[in-house]
Design a protein around this ligand. Structure first.
Ligand code: DX5
Ligand code: ZN
Length: 221
């Protein structure tokens, strides 16, 4: 279990974009983040949105804007996403061969830097970069779509990252993304996760505000 306060990051991907202002009004900017899933139909087989939608969301909430770039060549768009209001920008290690440079570029814009790992990529791939990170995003589904089932095997990566963080006295937070609901969030919290992305469990619930409150309660212990 991590000592850091847990954070829920509702994923805009599952929201109704025709009524985004009402959907985002359930967030409490003092404790929740807003997670924005950018997909390019190359890195993942889906296409979502770019900086224009991030900028629109920025006007609708003061919550920390957590931008998850599931795209090839993320470095070409980092400045643009920062200008659109991203507070934290996460790139995938599988799409960022010059990993250290990309992380430095993100921090150079004034944003916090995150690194994400797909289910098929071993934990060892990200281990060398932990001291350079504000956030490690452990994908708990194959990136590309909301509404998939949580992959419990990914908790081993969370456990390994949390252990290494403690051993090396590092500060990054651990985020999990994919198939998060009250049950899976509890498991991830016990393994050491701090930030819980949830799309369908919140925005496809009959009462999204209540679903968000239940998730906060589930991870609070
Ligand atoms: C998946 C995205 C997730 C997605 C999660 O590729 O990175 O952020 O929105 O959605 P749920 O919570 O429905 O699995
Ligand atoms: Zn995501």
């Amino acid at each position: 279990m991590s000592a850091r306060p847990p954070i829920v990051a509702p994923s805009i991907l599952s929201a109704d974009f025709s009524r985004l202002a009402q959907e985002l009004a359930i967030l409490d900017p003092a404790r929740d983040w807003l997670h924005c899933d950018v997909m390019d139909n190359h890195f993942v087989p889906n296409l979502t949105f770019g900086p224009i939608v991030v900028a629109a969301a920025r006007k609708l909430t003061t919550a920390l804007m957590d931008v998850h770039l599931m795209m090839e060549r993320p470095w070409a768009m980092i400045d643009e996403f920062r200008r659109s209001g991203a507070d934290l920008i996460t790139v995938h290690i599988e799409a960022s061969p010059q990993t250290r440079e990309v992380l430095r570029q993100i921090r150079g814009t004034g944003a916090k830097a995150g690194l994400s790992i797909k289910p098929g990529t071993p934990y060892a791939a990200v281990a060398p970069y932990l001291p350079d990170l504000d956030l490690l995003l452990v994908m708990t589904v194959e990136p590309g779509f909301g509404g998939q089932a949580f992959m419990p095997d990914m908790l081993d990566k969370v456990l390994a990252a949390a252990a290494e963080r403690a051993r090396r006295k590092l500060e990054f937070v651990i985020e999990v993304d994919g198939g998060i609901n009250a049950d899976t969030a509890r498991l991830a919290r016990a393994a050491g996760a701090d930030v819980f992305v949830a799309g369908n469990a919140i925005f496809r619930a009959a009462q999204p505000a209540q679903a968000l409150a239940s998730l906060r309660a589930a991870i609070a212990g």
